[in-house]
Design a protein around this ligand. Sequence first.
Ligand SMILES: C[S@@+](CC[C@H](N)C(=O)[O-])C[C@H]1O[C@@H](n2cnc3c(N)ncnc32)[C@H](O)[C@@H]1O
Length: 315
Amino acid sequence: MQIATTSESSTPIHQDFIHEIELGLIAPCASISPKFLYDPLGSHLFTAITLLPEYYPSNTEKGIFTQYQDQIAEAVGSGGTLIDLGAGNCQKAESFFHSLKPSNYLAIDFSSEYLLDSLKKLAGKYPHIAMQCIGMDFSKQLIIPDAIAKTKRTFFYPGSSLGNFLQSEALQLLGQIKNQANDGSLLIGVDLMKEDSVLMAAYDDPLKVTAAFNLNILRSINSHLGSNFRVEQFRHTVKVNHAENRVELYLEALEDLNVVWAGNSRAFKKGDLIHTENSHKYTIESIKALLKNAGFEKTQIWTDPKDYFAVIYAQ
Ligand SMILES: C[S@@+](CC[C@H](N)C(=O)[O-])C[C@H]1O[C@@H](n2cnc3c(N)ncnc32)[C@H](O)[C@@H]1O
C-alpha cells in the first residue's frame, strides 16, 4: 500500500513559525501556540496522556464511540472520504473504519513525522482504503487539496481539539470545514464544563506526564528558534478560568533568567508565566450555537452518563 504525503502548498513554512514564536515570546504576557507542543516527542507524550486514568476526555470519548457506534454509523452513513483533523496516532479514526467503511482516509496533523509513522502502520492493515496524509497547520487556513475526492467528505475532529482555539478562531475553522465538506458533514468530540477537581487531576496528573508534555514545548521552541530555554528553570502550572470556561496551561519561571536566540532575547522574572494552551469547555447549548453560526444547521448528539463529554454529528 502506498501512502501519498504532503502537498507542497500546505507544508508549514518554517520562517512563518519563527516569526509567530518570536511575537509570542516578546509580548508582555508571553505565550506559545499549543501546536508547538506537538513535536515528535510531544506527540508521543500526548499519546501517553491519553492512557492516564485521570485524563477523562480520551476514556470518555472512547466510551461514547463504543456505546453508540451503530447510531453514529447510521447517522454518518458509509463510504466516501474520512478526513481526520489533528489525527495524531490515527487510532480514533481506525475505530470507525469497520462501521463507516471509508474508501479514502485523509489524515492531517501539524506533527507530520509522527503522523506519517502512524499512517504507515495503519496502511498495511487496511489495504482496501486509500490513505493520504498532510502535514498542515490548520490554525491559519484549512485547505483540502483538489486531488482529494469531492464526493462525500466526512470530517472527523475528535479529542476536543477544537477547545484549543478561541471562540472566533473555532468559528473560522468550523466555517472552513463546512465550506469544504461540500454535501458532507462533521463528526466532532468536545469536552463539557465540569468541576475543578476533575479538570485539575486531568491536566496535572500525579505521574507528571502532562507536566513533561507542557515543558517539552520549550525544547520544541529551541529546535525552531535556536533559543536556549532550559526546562529545569520552569514548572508546569494549571488554572481553571471560569470566566472564559477554559483550562489554561502555563510554564512558570522558577528563577530570574534570560532566554536568547538569533538577534533577540526575553528576560523572565521568577514567577513570570508563559501561556502554552487553552482548553475551552462547552455546554451542549454553546457548542450547538457555535456549530450553527458556522453553518451546521442539524446536529445529533451523544454524551456519557456523567455528561463529561459530547460527540456531535453536524450537517
Ligand atoms: C489533543 S491532540 C488529539 C489527537 C487525536 N486526534 C486524539 O483525539 O487523540 C491534538 C492533535 O492535533 C494536532 N494539532 C494541534 N494543533 C494543530 C494545528 N494548528 N494544525 C494541525 N494539527 C494540529 C496535534 O499535533 C495533535 O496530534
